[in-house]
Design a protein around this ligand. Structure first.
Ligand SMILES: O=CC(=O)O
Length: 332
């Protein structure tokens, strides 16, 4: 019997042995289409029997980077599973996949600790305004003119979207004496909240000293932090984002940093990556990272193994281990 065909869109760098071991149950191919046009042709040719795709977060120009309506129309009917390498899957049109009977998985859990570490680094770096101090030193000015900043101890951290990363951040923040509150569409169980107070969106905005963005990007969350939301925040609030850039209206954030309404920000993600708003680049107080939340050997390997485990389960049991929340009701 021929084995099901699995197509890799991107690369497996750390779990090579686990990827190669998949050949016990599947025929493996690596996508070598060099343009989007060639990929569409290949989907009707050498990839026309693909059953599952291993999908990486790629540059928008790469074939298959965005699984949108147009690409979905070209995918072969044999394709039933898309297993994404990453927690955020905003480059995949999940509703359109559902309509085509394609199930999607992501890699929650695997990313939590590394992203929460970066998140905590940004919370501390923004509270202590370390970017300004570091820039000063490199300019040869030692600590001349570096202002006093603020302690985390006793400050209220508002976690907007308390999933796995938000909960891992809460555990870290607790170690620094911060008081945590959160807003989700629904409150978590007491055990999951582990002492964090559930508040409404408006209450979180009005009463947090530091606001951390930990929610996925979708139609409901795009620009959830905009001019109106910022106006409801405390004067001198700190905003940190390790989720996705477009959950914040970047222009509104730049204006609020300039007016002092927002004291400082710590950002690992941006609205139009890799382009950075010049107002953020120019503001030495703001601490900026180039989307490195999960960039450790250990975490990247865990993420790759999670994708491979999902593919194995799809091929051998017609079931995904980490189907995305929007599809939980459709999944077997
Ligand atoms: O951005 C990183 C991820 O989505 O895992």
């Amino acid at each position: 019997m021929t084995k099901p065909h699995v197509l890799l869109l991107g690369d497996v760098l750390h779990a090579r042995a686990e990827w190669e071991a998949l050949s016990d149950v599947a025929t493996l191919s690596v996508c070598d289409s060099s343009t989007k046009e060639e990929f569409i042709k290949d989907l009707a040719g050498k990839y026309s029997d693909v059953a599952a795709v291993y999908h990486c977060h790629m540059d928008d120009a790469k074939p298959g980077a965005n699984i949108n309506q147009e690409l979905l129309e070209a995918l072969p009917p044999s394709l039933k599973f898309i297993c994404h390498h990453g927690a955020g899957y905003d480059m995949i049109d999940v509703n359109a996949c559902t309509r085509k009977g394609i199930l999607v998985s992501n890699t929650p859990g695997a990313v939590d600790d590394a992203t929460a570490d970066v998140n905590m680094f940004l919370v501390l770096g923004a509270l202590r305004e370390f970017n300004l101090a570091m820039t000063n030193l490199r300019k040869g000015n030692w600590n001349a003119g570096v202002p006093l900043s603020h302690d985390p101890e006793g400050k209220v951290l508002g976690i907007l979207g308390m999933g796995g990363i938000g909960r891992a951040l809460k555990r870290r923040a607790q170690g620094f004496g911060m008081i945590t509150q959160y807003h989700n569409r629904k409150p978590l169980s007491e055990e999951m909240a582990a002492g964090a107070k559930y508040v409404s969106f408006d209450e979180l905005l009005a009463t947090s000293d530091v606001i951390s963005m930990n929610l996925p990007l979708n139609a409901h969350t795009r620009h959830i932090i905009n001019k109106e939301a910022i106006a409801k925040m405390k004067d001198g609030v700190i905003i940190v984002n390790t989720a996705r850039g477009p959950v914040i209206d970047e222009q509104a954030l730049v204006d609020a940093l300039e007016s002092g309404k927002v004291r400082c920000a710590g950002l690992d993600v941006f609205e139009a990556e890799p382009k950075i708003h010049p107002g953020l680049l120019a503001n030495e107080k703001v601490i900026l990272l180039p989307h490195v939340g999960t960039a450790t050997y250990e975490t990247r390997k865990k993420m790759e193994i999670t994708v491979i485990n999902n593919i194995r389960s799809a091929i051998t049991g017609a079931k995904l281990l980490n189907v995305v929340p929007e599809q939980i009701h459709f999944a077997p």
